[in-house]
Ligand binder design. Structure first.
Ligand code: SF4
Length: 64
């Protein structure tokens, strides 16, 4: 599983990195940034939750 943040959609609501700091961090511009190239198996539920929690629907989950 991979996760991406669409920078055009992200509005810096800070939810992803506040909820899941092991998966995301705050970039210099205040937007979210993904920390992991591949989501570890035990973090996949959290990655999906982060996508669901993003108010801007900016987080995309790729299940391949
Ligand atoms: S929760 Fe969504 S809008 Fe907020 S920083 Fe993360 S990706 Fe951006």
């Amino acid at each position: 599983m991979k996760i991406f943040i669409d920078p055009d959609k992200c509005t810096g609501q800070k939810r992803c990195f506040n909820l899941y700091p092991e998966l995301f961090e705050e970039a210099e511009d205040g937007k979210g940034r993904v920390l992991v190239a591949i989501v570890p198996e035990d973090e996949q539920v959290n990655a999906q939750s982060a996508a669901n929690a993003c108010p801007s629907a900016a987080i995309e989950v790729d299940d391949d």
